[in-house]
Design a protein around this ligand. Structure first.
Ligand SMILES: *Cc1c(COP(=O)(O)O)cnc(C)c1O
Length: 463
């Protein structure tokens, strides 16, 4: 089970294995298709390949550490979401998971929309040709400059997150002579993480406007009264790395109840609801994510049923998957540098990256898998901790993993399912150079985000 959602921070002292790994896999050379991108396979000589190119060649050409993204897989996942939700729904890819101009073009070509939550993401989206009306602008503290730019470029919707923002966006829209389409983000009191959800979650969080205490109804009242705003719907996002649809069910019920109250009070039926993202992916073989068509069917049924019982027209649904599209499509390739056997305690395998290219393990106690990819091995499994090269003992990439006991410096190992929230959260800690993202497809590899150089570091440091 992935324990990805709760910040736990580095635990410096736990040198004894905790036991949340299972027995070693029966075949260390096998690649579980659940956690690896679609075109990843082992070539007859035992080297792993993606998009028809083996990782030794990729490492030679692009260096390590590096993220390799399976473009075929990315497009297939985007298309699967689009197809599953059909014409009466919209799929907004959550750009924060990973955004680059190439990705924007793929999304555009596959008919998806895009969520952004900063001026930087908006610029990236627009510069790669995403039509503004297919962009949604999010965030709990958008600057005046960001709001102005979003409205003047014509974004399809702004998701309002606070009372101040309702007024701010209305005011800026009016001053630009525009009427901005908006949704109000509500906090439904549902918190979902991985396999469980809490239906009576505390509304103690920075996002959204609370439903339970009537704040959301008041926000709707204010938004409807402002000329600069066209309120098109209600937005809810309940968590991340979710496997269980029960949380969405409760969220949808509460949002639909608000829609009914809005109809009763104001005589308007808002045409849209957005149920957010957060759908889980497999980081290890123990995770069992649902397919987009199963998720689409479940969400449509939930919303239709709730609307029927409230005698409302079924609104247009939108969803915002980030991780579920990009997460499984990439792996991080590392070279093993040192191996340290602490007798009776643990074996540390150090790689040439770490928390600067994957902060999720340190930040959320996230679980990952890892495999030796530059060769096959018949050696016994060895329980290891894969760590980075940073000056921090919490610099852990994979907390507990099995690798072959003959692992040696110079071997290439890869961590799958690093497409989401790894490059996008990457840092320059220790003046690390952030790794490139290389898209691989049909025997061709091309850099879509280049590796940082020491020159880049000196450019920022103006001396
Ligand atoms: C983060 C976020 C998403 C995407 O979450 P994933 O777990 O990547 O699917 C969608 N919508 C909103 C509002 C978010 O904050």
């Amino acid at each position: 089970m992935s324990r990805s959602a709760h910040p736990a921070g580095p635990r410096h002292a736990d040198v004894v294995p905790e036991g949340h790994y299972t027995a070693p896999p029966t075949d260390l050379n096998a690649l579980d298709s659940k956690v690896w991108a679609q075109t990843v396979t082992r070539t007859p000589d035992g080297v792993v390949s993606v998009g028809g190119i083996d990782v030794k060649k990729l490492a030679e050409e692009f260096g390590t550490p590096a993220y390799f993204m399976d473009e075929t897989d990315f497009r297939a996942r985007a298309r699967a979401w689009r197809t599953a939700f059909g014409e009466d729904a919209d799929v907004f890819y959550a750009g924060k998971a990973f955004l680059s101009r190439a990705v924007v073009r793929w999304l555009h070509a596959e008919g998806l929309n895009l969520d952004v939550c900063s001026g930087g993401e908006l610029t990236t989206a627009l510069s790669a040709g995403m039509p503004a009306d297919r962009i949604a602008f999010h965030g709990n503290n958008k600057s005046t400059e960001e709001i102005t730019r979003a409205i003047s470029s014509g974004v399809g919707r702004i998701v309002l997150d606070s009372f101040q923002e309702i007024v701010r966006v209305a005011h800026i829209a009016e001053s630009l002579g525009k009427r901005q389409r908006v949704q109000i983000r509500v906090t439904v009191g549902v918190e979902a993480h991985t396999h469980e959800f809490i239906a009576t979650a505390h509304e103690d969080q920075k996002f959204g406007i609370g439903l339970a205490d009537g704040q959301a109804a008041e926000a709707v009242r204010r938004a409807l009264a402002l000329d600069g705003l066209e309120l098109i719907g209600i937005h809810s996002h309940i968590g991340s790395q979710i496997f269980d649809m029960a949380g969405f069910e409760v969220a949808a019920r509460r949002v639909v109840k608000l829609l009914a109250e809005i109809r009763d009070e104001h005589g308007v039926e808002l045409p849209e609801i957005d149920l957010g993202g957060g759908l889980g992916i497999a980081y290890t073989s123990e995770d069992d994510p649902s397919e987009p068509h199963e998720i689409a069917k479940a969400l449509h049924e939930i919303v239709t049923r709730e609307c029927e019982s409230a005698k409302l027209r079924t609104p247009r649904i939108s969803v915002e998957p980030g991780r579920a599209i990009v997460g499984p499509t990439a792996f991080t390739l590392y070279e093993v540098g040192t191996i340290k056997l602490l007798d009776g305690l643990r074996t540390y395998v150090s790689v040439d990256g770490g928390m600067s290219d994957n902060i999720r393990t340190a930040l959320y106690d996230a679980e990952y898998s890892v495999a030796l990819v530059s060769r096959v091995s018949e050696a016994e499994p060895m329980l290891v901790r894969v760590v980075g090269k940073h000056c921090e003992s919490g610099d852990i990439v994979v907390r507990d993993a099995f690798l072959p006991a003959d692992l040696a410096p110079g071997d290439l190992i890869a961590v799958p399912a690093t497409g989401a929230y790894c490059r996008s959260m990457a840092s320059n800690y220790n003046h690390a150079l952030r790794p490139p993202v290389v898209a691989v497809r049909d025997g061709e590899a091309r850099v879509i985000v280049r590796r940082e150089t020491e020159e880049d570091l000196l450019h920022l440091d103006v001396g």
